[in-house]
Design a protein around this ligand. Structure first.
Ligand SMILES: [Fe+2]
Ligand SMILES: [Fe+2]
Length: 177
């Protein structure tokens, strides 16, 4: 198989997923510094998920005998003043990733790449969950206002969709962390 638009986009998406990982780490460290351990814990875990997404894409390229270049990452935001800021950045990031995944799916379909199209299906499903839970966190933070600890209380009380291990997830190069 020669290089296609789908394969080019998938290579770029590996960078996007690693950048998402880095953005979640930056937010988690900020939460940690503000003594918001539940938010920090959630974002540290989310960072690992993004890393796994990148490595699933690497595994897929390896399995199809295509180049799998490992990129650096883009700059991330870390100059936050309130929890709502990193939560808003996370929501915007998930919405952007959804658009990227949709573009990947469409490229595969346009190029009649059935294997590529099938591979992207899981990521489409994953983005529904990720946007929903990022959006819930923004709502909770908006309601909490200046009382940041109410966000922590909410996270302690409710199990805001956390994903967890999904047996239908594609295999990650080197294994899922
Ligand atoms: Fe992701
Ligand atoms: Fe994500």
């Amino acid at each position: 198989m020669t290089s296609t638009r789908f394969v080019d986009l998938l290579g770029q998406q590996i960078r996007n997923e690693f950048t998402a990982q880095q953005q979640y780490i930056a937010a988690a460290v900020w939460f940690d510094k503000q003594d918001l351990p539940r938010l920090a814990g959630r974002f540290y875990r989310q960072a690992v998920e993004e890393r796994n997404h990148a490595m699933m894409m690497v595994r897929y390229l390896l399995d199809r005998d295509l180049p799998a270049p490992i990129p650096g990452v883009d700059e991330v935001r870390q100059d936050f003043k309130t929890p709502l800021e990193p939560l808003g950045v996370a929501l915007a990031q998930e919405q952007a990733v959804t658009a990227q995944v949709e573009a990947l799916f469409k490229a595969a379909r346009d190029e009649h790449d059935m294997l590529g199209e099938q591979f992207m299906l899981w990521f489409l499903k994953e983005q529904v969950e990720e946007v929903a839970s990022a959006s819930t966190l923004v709502t909770i933070a908006e309601r909490a206002g200046d009382d940041w600890f109410r966000i922590e209380e909410h996270l302690a009380r409710e199990n805001v969709a956390d994903g967890g291990v999904d047996p239908s997830a594609p295999e990650a190069a080197g294994g899922t962390l």
